[in-house]
Design a protein around this ligand. Structure first.
Ligand code: SF4
Length: 97
């Protein structure tokens, strides 16, 4: 039995970064330039094909997008929660915010 209240447990397991809405994800995905020699892919320790999974999000193929990620990294969901993207793929992206 935990000494924490349900609210504390819920807070401890909450997402650090709020999830995007489908519309926000579509807008962000359409910003990708699909670079030929994608620096984001080289910056990723598991070399996920970042432009391909982003392009699949932009075309509504979310299953295909997940497949691209999990082909390169079977624990991609876990890594997504802890990966310092701001210094890896996002940090290397040519399309700055
Ligand atoms: S560097 Fe940025 S713009 Fe280029 S493919 Fe990667 S995510 Fe897209």
């Amino acid at each position: 039995m935990s000494d924490l209240s349900n609210e504390q447990i819920e807070q401890n397991f909450a997402e650090i970064h709020p999830l995007m809405t489908p519309a926000e994800a579509l807008v962000e995905a359409n910003r990708c330039l699909y670079c030929y020699d994608a620096p984001c892919m080289h910056a990723c320790p598991t070399h996920i094909d970042v432009p391909s999974f982003i392009k699949k999000i932009a075309s509504g193929n979310l299953t295909g997008s997940a497949r691209v990620i999990f082909d390169a990294n079977p624990i991609g969901s876990t890594c997504a929660k802890v990966c310092p993207v701001e210094v890896l793929c996002e940090g290397a992206c040519v399309e700055k915010t």
